[in-house]
Design a protein around this ligand. Sequence first.
Ligand code: NDP
Ligand code: HEM
Length: 475
Amino acid sequence: MKKIMTTTAGNPISDNQNSITAGQRGPVLMQDYQLIEKLAHQNRERIPERVVHANGSAAFGELEITNDISEFTKAKVLQKGEKTKLLLRFSTVAGEAGAADAERDVRGFALKFYTKEGNWDLVGNNTPVFFIRDPQKFPDFIHTQKRHPASNLRSNTAAWDFWSLSPESLHQVTILMSDRGIPKSYRHVNGYGSHTYSLVNDKNERYWVKFHFKTKQGIQTLTNEEAAAIVANDRESNQRDLYENIEESNFPQWDVKIQIMTEEQALNFKFNPFDLTKVWPHSDYPLIDVGVMTLNENPKNYFNEVEQASFSPSNVVPGIGFSPDKMLQARIFSYPDAHRYRVGTHYENLPVNRPLNEVNTYHTAGSMNYEKKEVTNAYYEPNSFGGAVEDSSYAEPDLKIYGDANRYDHNIDNDNYSQVKDLFNLMNESQKEQLFSNIAASMDGVPMEIINRQLAHFEKVTPAYASGVKKALGI
Ligand code: NDP
Ligand code: HEM
């Protein structure tokens, strides 16, 4: 049986090719509501793109827990044998929606796990660290990555000016400028929760945790020249690679691992374990196997399931919690705020954002609230009419706080260099040469004063780093 085309009100449409006109040559009549509806809807086809990470690709999949880590967490999603549906969105940070994929940039690695206890979102990157450690600096940092407000061009000067004035960025800048700065595809990146989070077990004991997702496809990267050649022919190389591999049932997989630190160890550790510019060395805190993650299903509708997907570090489940990391604390506010603006007040009602379990809040009304929930007398809390109630068994253990409230200088007594040296020493000669030449290329047009300021930081990591970059710059 043929389907009859309709307006949004369900009224059948007789002709979708010809507007109603007064006479064969026009003009068009106001009563051609069908034309008006079409044009009005076209004007509303876009929502604001993400302020960062606008360009991305996603797929659905499954997390399977293969090891017993119940001594650390009671979270159902992390119990041995558990299988959980997930959405993973990869992205680049700086480019607008539609930017070329094969660009030098950090890759976003945003996960939404649809668990039995509500959604758990782990919104990470393909790097274990970040450029800054205090959220006050985030909007300024992002301004340097986006376009100059007058020229509307990306600015190497702004990027290196900010980095050279923010030495805490050196670790992440070194990863970004290394061979790993342009991944060959999304299938060939590791993912990291990056922040320190917490786990709570059934005895209500807290552990600090870092999450790692190691690609089973192996790390594969592109040089600047290889990437330029790809972009010349294909701006969607990573979207294409992910989509086509999943269509062909070549499902990408990641090994899921954690590092664990006790609260006692955190108090006595040699640096602040909640500092997002540092890793926990594997020799001190070895990786513990948790499970495997597989991507096995492409979205059916990119706009509905990827553009409107709303990830937020604020979404945690019992047994998984936050940490004092200042950056994480700011992100807990920032993401749901972005979603209410970008997608709409009730963004969590959309199928891609909805948890599997029943949602019981006392929020009411609001734009686009289309839930058909029966309204009872229990529309406030506390009430005497059998409405949903709190349950103290979900309370987390106390978090001990030390010190006085103040604006603490996050660079005083902070070692911005040692872990960069560890990374530099991991690189073979060819990787070091790529690092030097990638930095030199990205310093094109940057004033000498800024370059010299940055060279002084490389020198503090190790003189070999500074001299390599100088040589590549022809200094
Ligand atoms: P390890 O030698 O035990 O671990 C090094 C890690 O770095 C491995 O996980 C490796 O994993 C990854 N790695 C190897 N080469 C590069 C590269 N060129 N760019 C980025 N990552 C690389 O040493 P530590 O744990 O003491 O860490 C040393 C340095 O390694 C750190 O300062 C940090 O820069 C980097 N690193 C550390 C991680 C950690 O959680 N400890 C995680 C990732 C990087 P793989 O090849 O699978 O990515
Ligand atoms: C996206 C803010 C740091 C990873 C976003 C968005 C905002 C934001 C507003 C857009 C959200 C949307 O519209 O859907 C911030 C702030 C930060 C911060 C304020 C620091 C204070 C980080 C860090 C990471 C990260 C440290 C990784 C470890 C991501 C990813 C996305 C994103 C992966 C894309 C999510 C998606 O695919 O939809 N960020 N961010 N951000 N951010 Fe951050």
